[in-house]
Design a protein around this ligand. Structure first.
Ligand code: AMP
Ligand code: ZN
Length: 113
């Protein structure tokens, strides 16, 4: 738990969210400002600021990807989806608690902005 972290507060139910999936390692909830018909954030329950804090020995990113696949199936995104991790200010990261964006429900254009 990091003080003043929005996602830690969501994990601790101090801020409400629409929870899509939960287990002992991760929480998945709807993005408050969806960029696609389906836009779910998958976050580790342990606070890490960003991918820059993930060690090679830590399986958390593999867990996030695995749970994203699970959530995509749960949401019926059979035609595909996109997974995004924004990192740092120029990467577009605005919440400094590691998270995976799961976007789907429409064709995702490339390259992203
Ligand atoms: P990023 O810009 O990659 O750090 O992503 C942060 C995401 O968190 C943005 O897409 C925001 O819309 C989303 N967000 C911020 N606050 C909340 C909240 N209270 N509940 C759900 N999503 C949020
Ligand atoms: Zn946090």
């Amino acid at each position: 738990m990091a003080d003043h972290c929005t996602f830690c507060k969501i994990i601790n139910r101090e801020i409400p969210s629409k929870i899509i999936y939960e287990d002992d390692l991760v929480l998945a909830f709807d993005d408050i400002k969806p960029a696609a018909p389906a836009h779910v954030l998958i976050v580790p329950k342990v606070h890490l600021d960003s991918v820059d804090e993930v060690s090679a020995q830590d399986p958390i990113v593999a867990v996030l990807v695995n749970r994203a696949s699970h959530v995509a199936k749960q949401l019926g995104l059979r035609e595909g989806y996109r997974l995004v991790i924004n990192n740092g200010d120029n990467g577009g990261q605005t919440v400094y608690h590691l998270h995976l964006h799961l976007l789907g429900g429409r064709f995702m254009t490339w390259p992203p902005g």
